[in-house]
Design a protein around this ligand. Structure first.
Ligand code: ADP
Ligand code: MG
Length: 323
């Protein structure tokens, strides 16, 4: 049975960057305003995320890595929305099946922190320790027990894995300008530091080292009037495009970093090879991420309407300032 768990977990956590994305979302959900990431060997040897969020109470530690253990379901007024997130309560469970996981956490009300270690979904040790309020998760020896997957990764370079980590961290830094992100290899100088930037535009400019030609997309909203139809079209869209010719395309749908080939293609038609950050908000029930659990690709119920709205905005920009 453990082998089955391990394989399933490997589907959720395919590479260090997947684990990082899940842990960043947890830190943001926990209300963190500062998130520090450090990695060794591209995150395979060690990946650490330290946040100053709400922390985890002692009573929640034993069940933390249990499958479907989540403190977030009560937030979902509509049960159908659970489905749209695919794997609620599966991220930490999955990580604990394919790596050594250590959690140090303290809530503001606690006098001290606790350190807990996990293996295969279960808490193994738990003891008091010193620590600031917040949570530090350390993932070590990722895929130590899944030889084939690890071997596959060792073929790809660790520099490549680290590059993906940095990309994910940078994307979240752009989308959450009020949160300060730091990312670096263990013991080396930081490759990302957004502690001092406070807007998406400023963060993008700093990251892409570009001062000009970055223009704002929207923001714009469109919604159908028919209040009785719960599937009526409703969409808010905004972002930036321009700057460096490196084709960095980042898309957030309802605050999650995702892929959508048609949306990316639409941007490419108007602004080929440019940097583009796009955020789209639609009712949660209009998003389907369950195309396949391992895929970041999302489907939108009203994709053609979203594309039309996006094209209209991009067209306006192209008329105003051709790049
Ligand atoms: P989910 O995010 O879907 O609830 P996860 O497996 O990602 O599932 O996390 C399980 C639970 O662990 C969360 O619901 C949350 O209560 C707790 N948790 C995880 N990371 C943090 C963190 N950085 N700070 C506070 N709580 C956390
Ligand atoms: Mg999570």
């Amino acid at each position: 049975e453990e082998v089955v768990n391990r394989i399933a977990a490997g589907e959720v956590v395919q590479r260090p960057a997947n684990a990082l994305k899940e842990m960043l979302e947890n830190a943001i959900d926990a209300g963190a305003s500062q998130i520090r990431i450090s990695a060794e060997d591209g995150g395979l040897k060690m990946l650490r995320i330290c946040d100053n969020g709400c922390g985890i109470g002692e009573e929640d530690l034993p069940l933390l890595c249990e499958r479907f253990a989540t403190s977030k379901l009560r937030k979902y007024e509509d049960l159908r929305e659970i489905g749209t997130f695919g794997f609620r309560g599966e991220a930490l469970a999955s990580i604990s099946h394919v790596a050594r996981l250590t959690v140090v956490s303290r809530r503001a009300v606690d006098g001290y922190a606790r350190r807990a270690t996990y293996k295969d979904g279960k808490m193994v040790t738990c003891s008091p320790c010193a620590g600031e309020p917040g949570t530090t998760l350390t993932v070590e020896d990722l895929f130590y027990n899944t030889k084939t997957r690890r071997r596959a990764f060792l073929r790809g370079s660790q520099t490549e894995q680290y590059g993906l980590l940095l990309k994910v961290a940078s994307a979240y830094a752009v989308h959450y300008p009020a949160v300060g992100f730091v990312c670096g290899k263990r013991g080396a100088t930081e490759d990302l530091n957004t502690m001092k930037t406070s807007s998406t535009e400023e963060t993008l400019r700093a990251l892409k080292k570009t001062k000009k030609n970055l223009v704002q997309i929207g923001p714009t909203t469109e919604r159908d009037d028919d209040d009785l139809d719960e599937d009526r079209f409703e969409c808010e869209l905004g972002g930036y495009v321009g700057g460096a010719e490196d084709g960095w395309f980042l898309l957030f749908v309802n605050d999650r970093l995702v892929d959508n080939a048609a949306i990316k293609r639409a941007v490419d038609e108007f602004f080929p090879r440019k940097t583009c950050y796009l955020r789209i908000e639609v009712p949660k029930r209009h998003v389907d991420v369950n195309v396949h659990p391992t895929k970041k690709e999302v489907q939108l119920l009203h994709e053609s309407r979203v594309l039309a709205l996006l094209r209209r905005e991009l067209h306006k920009l192209q008329e105003e300032r051709p790049m």
